[in-house]
Design a protein around this ligand. Sequence first.
Ligand code: GAL
Length: 691
Amino acid sequence: MTVPQRWPLPAMAFGGDWNPDQWPREVWQHDITLMRQLGVNLLSLPVFAWPQLEPSEGEYRTDWLAEILDALDAAGIGVALATGTATPPAWLVRAHPEMLPVRADGVRLDFGSRQSYCPSSPVFRAKVAALTTILATRFGDHPALRLWHVSNEYGDHISRCWCEVCAASFRRWLLRRHGSLAGINAAWGTKVWGQLYTDVEQIEVPRVTPGPDNPARLLDFERFCSDNVLELFRLELDILGELTPGVPRTTNFMGLFHDLDYWRFAAVEDLVSNDAYPDPGNTASHTDIALSYGLMRSLKSRPWLLIESAPSAVSWRPVNVPKAPGQLRAHALQAVAHGSDGAMFFQWRAARTGPERFHSAVLGHRGEASRSFAEASQLAADLATLAPVAGSRVRSSVAMVVDWDTIWALRPDASLPAEISWHAEAHQHHAALHQLGLAVDSVALPGSDLSRYAVIVAPTLYVTSDAQAEALTEFVRGGGTLVVGAFSGVVNECEQVHAGGPPGPLRELLGVEVDEQWPLLETDEQIVEFDSGARTVGRFWAEWIEPSDDVEVVAHYDGRPLHDLPAITRRRLGEGAAYYVSAGLPLDSLTPWLHQVCAEAGVDVRMSANPSVEVVTRTDGATDYVFVINHAPTPAEARGPADADVLLAPDGDPPVRRASGLSITLPPFGVAVLRMPSTTPSLHHVHSIEV
Ligand code: GAL
């Protein structure tokens, strides 16, 4: 058999999850005919077919899958072959009920949904390894195989388990991390509240306790759970790597998923793929989802793949709003604009049974007559037109620090001065930057190359290590502009407050000391006044800070309780500047303030007159591809450079070229893609598009 090049595909990926195992044989060929008609080139399967692949212990049946793969290959359709391990079959669970996961309150969850496994279970892991080995051995050479799709959405439903097996693994993990029992006691500060352990066996996973739990224990448990699932992922990756070297491996991520440190997951796989389900009923969802797309392209600094999205409604929100006409295309091309080399759907054919019987599909319950089939056909044509964009990078000069230690530590039950959520602060800062027309990348600290960016924003970096502070200091010295939000540099990796108080290792860089956090009551009206004279009422948070002499105050508190104290400071260092924002700023003042900060840092800022129109540029170094996407149900106007070539025209009126520029009318949810020669290799530069 001649095996074609596996990856990358010669075109943008287009297709989705297909579950032929849920349908009678006669449907298979009909589906494949329709797929060919649409230009499908990649399918994920068989994601949940373990019971059909191994109907009883050790009895493997793969012929049906071989028949399907052969038929797909004959049709020229590639496969992201799922290892099928996301849901163990009933016979396995009933034979080994100890592999079912246990909640923090001790309840063991039963079979009857999916992901019914404890990630540590030895029997589950052994059976996962066996099935992966069977599939890799049987299909590793199959010409339809393009990618391995390992398990499915790790952590969706189950990423944590509180059973005895997990407790034993947790103890081993703690000993590895802290070296000894004494190390664990010291890291956790167990002398407080009489928590001292005299034998490691006394340490348990944090189950329900009478009062507030030890924050360091909780943070270590989060890290352990993420690492534990990572170990499960690696088990499969290692088998696949050994048996089928050269076949890329991925698992589908879930955006800014709380439970798993995706920096660590991405480091061990070959391709980042992601599932995205922006809510069509939420007018801000394109802004929110862009933050997670920034993470996806940054995890490996390479294009990623939108491997799942909904053709229309999902079935798991309280109200599942369908996509309006055109929105399927706008959502899919937004992901492409942000670095995905393709767009795939969950799923090809709508289920008639089970919990997802009301989830949309390319083939809805009306089959080819479904609206989603027509809209997906149009998208297929668009993706074919956009083939030259594949492999290119997104131009971005601004990045946000994404750090799972801080995400995990800022939990609502962590006994903090007040509730403060990384996600809420990240979305707030991102919304401001997005409104300024900026595509925001993500950076890991330490680890990422910060020198690629003009501005780095850390909305809150509660857990800060010395190494992180050093990386940020070097960035600023080298000419970067850093914006650090409130409640940063507060604790070390063991959740111990830094000696001398916040901002701990960032003290010198920022040139401030925090005397006290000053969370605000709903009724407090703490005014923040900028040096421009602009005034705003702060949101939920303030701090009593004392600046050093070489620090400029760029905004101060006015009125009680923090009258005249600095609210925002700037310290110039080397070629750059470091800002500390101690106040929670509302969006309408954060946006203009970040506008000024970015403009001063030399970033091309285009304050959008219409926040529903998004402009994102991909470049391959020679050519720039500028995506202009209207996310609103009403038409919008945009204007580009007169010499821009229109690679993808929006539906409706064709763009009008005048000496003054190219006028584009975007219909509701319309998309245009312009093509222009790259004027600079710097990823900072963007073309001027007025909206
Ligand atoms: C994802 C999952 C798919 C499907 C989809 C529905 O979370 O990976 O299997 O359930 O959601 O939106």
